[in-house]
Design a protein around this ligand. Structure first.
Ligand SMILES: *Cc1c(COP(=O)(O)O)cnc(C)c1O
Length: 366
């Protein structure tokens, strides 16, 4: 049985009438840039994310840049982040003008190790960007305690963690600001690029808005030099049409993860994802570890099951960071995981027959 890694076409077919109507309304109203559809999505997403302010922008990468620019990151500053993420997280630290300081993961949850953060702090450190990787919250109590002790800001990268909770509290509400991506494959995805910043700080929200819109909120009044990072009306309307389904989609992902957990955890060689106590995982990705990862992936792919590696190289070892001269020994968990992780197909609409076939192939491989 063919099992795609995700099935955006099926999701669209299930809510086609709502999506088509949303797109038609934007065209009818000529509301392509800013306008009522963008305002409505910002309002609705702020509510869904349990925050006071949502500032939409062009994508999740821009959101990280804009958050740091709004927090006035400067050259000479150091910002701490995880060795295991998508490159946006670290690249935007550099583009905001600061120096990236990588920390290893905790060896269990794929999220940043708070003990490593403490060790990486210097007098130049200004902030920490934890990533709720794969949809599991990072250890926010420990991270916020360190941040408060050293007067550092925290920006949560929530690109993979829409609606995830840590000890009952929504991710994205712990730090000064948080960033979201609505890349099509994310748990809430647009039909193109889209992103947002969220915060409970009104002044910070206004500053982020200014930065994202050419430095001013009123046409031709540029108070500062900003950038053009707008969410377009079409994407906003599509996201508003999808948002009411997000909670049910998230539960469906969690049910699918439970089926994988039960089917895979007795299979020789397979380590299923470990969820730390108090953390609600939203399974943007269902990532196992396997000592013969490449052979396993080839077996699955040859039998019609798509897989992915998120990500094949730990950030510090990418060519982009060769200037730091990092070695694998400095990031033992992240660098061990890069050779053993394998993401299996997961999406809200995955069927139990599809999951059974994935599980059967893994058992067969063992
Ligand atoms: C997707 C992603 C981003 C970037 O989002 P884009 O919308 O693709 O720019 C940033 N951080 C993480 C962890 C991501 O998964």
């Amino acid at each position: 049985m063919a099992v795609p890694f995700a099935d955006l076409q099926l999701q669209y077919q299930n809510i086609k009438a709502e999506i088509d109507a949303a797109i038609a309304a934007v065209i009818r109203d000529n509301a392509f840039i800013r306008g009522p559809f963008v305002d409505a999505f910002e309002h609705d997403f702020a509510k869904a994310a349990s925050v006071k302010h949502c500032v939409s922008c062009a994508n999740g990468t821009d959101a990280l840049y804009l958050a740091m620019a709004a927090l006035k990151v400067r050259s000479g500053d150091e910002v701490i982040t995880t060795a295991h993420s998508w490159i946006s997280t670290s690249a935007m630290i550099t583009h905001a003008g600061a120096t990236v300081k990588f920390c290893d993961t905790d060896g269990v949850t794929f999220t940043i190790d708070p003990a490593a953060i403490e060790a990486a702090i210097t007098p130049r450190t200004v902030g920490i960007i934890p990533v709720h990787l794969y949809g599991q919250p990072a250890d926010m109590d420990a991270i916020m305690a360190i941040a408060n002790k050293h007067a550092l800001w925290v920006i949560e990268d929530c690109a993979q963690a829409h609606l995830a909770r840590y000890k009952g509290q929504m991710v994205g509400t712990f730090g000064a600001a948080a960033t979201y991506s609505f890349y099509p494959g994310k748990n809430l995805g647009a039909m193109g690029d889209a992103g947002a910043l969220v915060t409970n700080d009104a002044a910070l929200a206004e500053h982020m808005m200014r930065l994202a819109r050419h430095g001013g909120l009123v046409k031709h009044q540029h108070e500062i030099e900003g950038v053009n990072s707008r969410l377009d009306g079409m994407q906003a309307a599509i996201l508003s049409a999808k948002l009411p389904h997000l909670a049910a989609w998230t539960e469906a992902r969690q049910r699918a993860a439970a089926i994988y957990d039960a089917g895979l955890n007795q299979i020789e060689g397979v380590s299923v994802p470990q969820v730390a106590p108090g953390r609600d995982h939203v399974y943007h990705l269902y990532t196992i570890r396997h000592p013969r990862r490449d052979a396993l992936a080839a077996h699955l792919n040859a039998n019609g099951v798509q897989t992915a590696i998120n990500y094949p190289t730990a950030l510090p070892l990418l060519q982009a960071y060769a200037r730091f001269g990092h070695t694998a020994e400095q990031f033992p968990h992240a660098c061990r995981d890069q050779n053993s992780i394998l993401s299996l197909p997961i999406f809200a609409e995955i069927t139990s027959a599809q999951q059974d076939s994935v599980i059967r192939l893994l058992r067969e491989f063992a």
